[in-house]
Design a protein around this ligand. Structure first.
Ligand code: G3P
Length: 216
């Protein structure tokens, strides 16, 4: 499973990329707001740092304006994935961009039928929002499993990009369910290496080593 980081904070992206962990980056208008940075400037900086796809989202709702915005975004760098919402106009824009050979991430997916439409519209990525489904007592992980089954049934190449990931458990569950990509906040990615028994075991080993009086 590929790891994308879901942030517009360039320092976090640099740190995680230096570990060789990052296959791509996703941003959205809320993350741009949180960064306090100029959209085009920060997206260009991220694209310079990371080789993989960097999702940048259109903010218009009608097809013509989405095409104008997405075209502008795609000119920022070669590794831009244009992010469009899962609406009728968004799907139409997805088809146009896909026919032009551009990467498209169709976002705000909450049902298997929406994912089926995105695949038929030529999406590179479909973004089901796990955490926001869990917030409503809906089963986000079941959605990932259903999309996996549908895409495999018909050999769709659209990658399942699990989004709105909130916990380390979400990550392993997505991997088990066959998601192609998990896009995680930096804190969730960092938390993946932690285990209380690792810390406890290490403490015991170091205490015993010290008692031997030896050095390596
Ligand atoms: O990738 C989409 C993500 O940014 C949404 O996450 O936590 O706001 O639901 P969240």
């Amino acid at each position: 499973m590929k790891f994308f980081v879901d942030t517009a904070e360039v320092n976090d992206i640099r740190e995680l990329n230096a570990l060789g962990l990052l296959d791509g980056v996703t941003t959205n208008p809320s993350l741009i707001k949180k960064s306090g940075r100029d959209f085009a400037e920060v997206v260009r900086e991220i694209c310079d740092e990371v080789e993989g796809p960097v999702s940048a989202e259109v903010v218009s709702l009608d097809y013509d304006s989405m095409i104008a915005e997405g075209t502008k975004l795609s000119e920022l760098a070669d590794n831009i994935a244009i992010k469009v919402p899962l609406t009728w106009d968004g799907l139409k824009a997805c088809r146009t961009f896909s026919d032009q050979g551009k990467m498209v991430n169709v976002t705000l997916c909450f049902s298997a039928n929406q994912a089926l439409l995105a695949a038929k519209a030529g999406a590179t990525f479909i973004s089901p929002f796990i955490g926001r489904m869990d917030d409503l007592n809906l089963d986000g992980m079941q959605l990932i499993q259903d999309i996996r089954q549908i895409y495999d049934n018909y050999m769709f190449e659209t990658e399942i990009l699990a989004a709105s990931i909130r916990t380390a458990n979400h990550v392993s569950e997505c991997a088990l369910a066959g998601a192609d990509v998990a896009t995680c906040p930096p804190g969730v990615l960092r938390s993946l290496s932690s285990h209380v028994l690792t810390d406890k075991g290490l403490e015991g080993f170091l205490k015993d080593w010290e008692a031997t009086g030896q050095k390596i």
